[in-house]
Design a protein around this ligand. Structure first.
Ligand code: UDP
Length: 235
């Protein structure tokens, strides 16, 4: 992927939990950190959004409590994830800053575009925790919103799967992976890249997405500076 000076890397919460499916897997986070340090050292500005599925999902983690409060718990889960990964990155020698769209006391900085841009230009890895700050949204929509705001060159989606397929390869062994696909095609074919709200935001704001497998060797570094094996979602 040429000419990517500023990217927004989206990691799923589950990816942080390794095989456990809950909480954190330190080895996985350290490996992500090692790769992020490499791309930062090469001059890429990196912002990160982390999902919250390793702790809580507003839609389905409780059948009793109301959605708004359930989503607030989900958003706080993403704050825990970002504080944790930010600290892991610091142990590797990176400088970091965690932003939230709501006040978290002294734990995080309140998000403002100018502050985030300053931090990025200082070479800090910037975390956007807490999603959009609103219920009924997701970290996919938070990712798209922040990527557009910071004028990122692309959203990098590091997934359990190594690209976008025409159908689910776990169900259909003959599924075909796309090297490149347009966002309009993603919408028309209802392909699962990010959720539909986030897909439409990418379409309207001309934000490309780059999908690749987090578990492939060196995939973050390779995607930006080496051989790209995933799917490029064009605008
Ligand atoms: N969430 C929210 N608003 C946001 C971002 C996240 O309410 O802007 C909540 C929501 O409850 C979600 C949880 O945080 O289920 C974790 O976010 P993620 O996007 O990982 O959830 P998923 O879409 O996988 O359920």
């Amino acid at each position: 992927m040429k000419n990517m000076k500023r990217i927004l890397l989206k990691l799923s919460g589950e990816a942080l939990s390794g095989d456990k499916g809950f909480g954190f897997d330190e080895a996985t986070c350290l490996e992500v950190g090692r790769q992020v340090k490499e791309i930062v050292d090469k001059g890429t500005q990196v912002a990160i959004v982390i999902g919250g599925g390793n702790f809580w999902r507003g839609r389905n983690s409780s059948k009793i409590i109301e959605r708004t409060k359930s989503d607030q718990i989900g958003m706080l889960g993403t704050v825990m994830n970002c504080i944790y990964v930010s600290e892991i990155f610091r142990t590797l020698g990176m400088t970091t800053e965690v932003f939230t769209p709501f006040v978290c006391g002294a734990f995080t900085e309140l998000f403002a575009k100018d502050k985030a841009m300053d931090a990025l230009s200082e070479g800090k890895v910037v975390f956007f925790a807490g999603g959009t700050g609103h219920p009924y949204f997701s970290t996919d929509t938070g990712t798209t919103l922040r990527a557009v705001e910071i004028e990122a060159d692309a959203i990098l989606l590091a997934k359990a799967i190594d690209g976008v397929y025409d159908k689910d390869p776990k169900v259909y062994p003959d599924a075909v992976k796309y090297d490149e696909i347009s966002i309009q095609q993603v919408v028309d074919q209802r392909l699962q890249v990010v959720d539909l709200t986030a897909t439409i935001m990418c379409l309207e704001n001309h934000m490309p997405m780059v999908v690749f497998g987090l578990n492939e060797k060196d995939s973050i570094v390779e995607t930006l500076y080496g051989e790209f094996n995933g799917t490029y979602v064009t605008v």
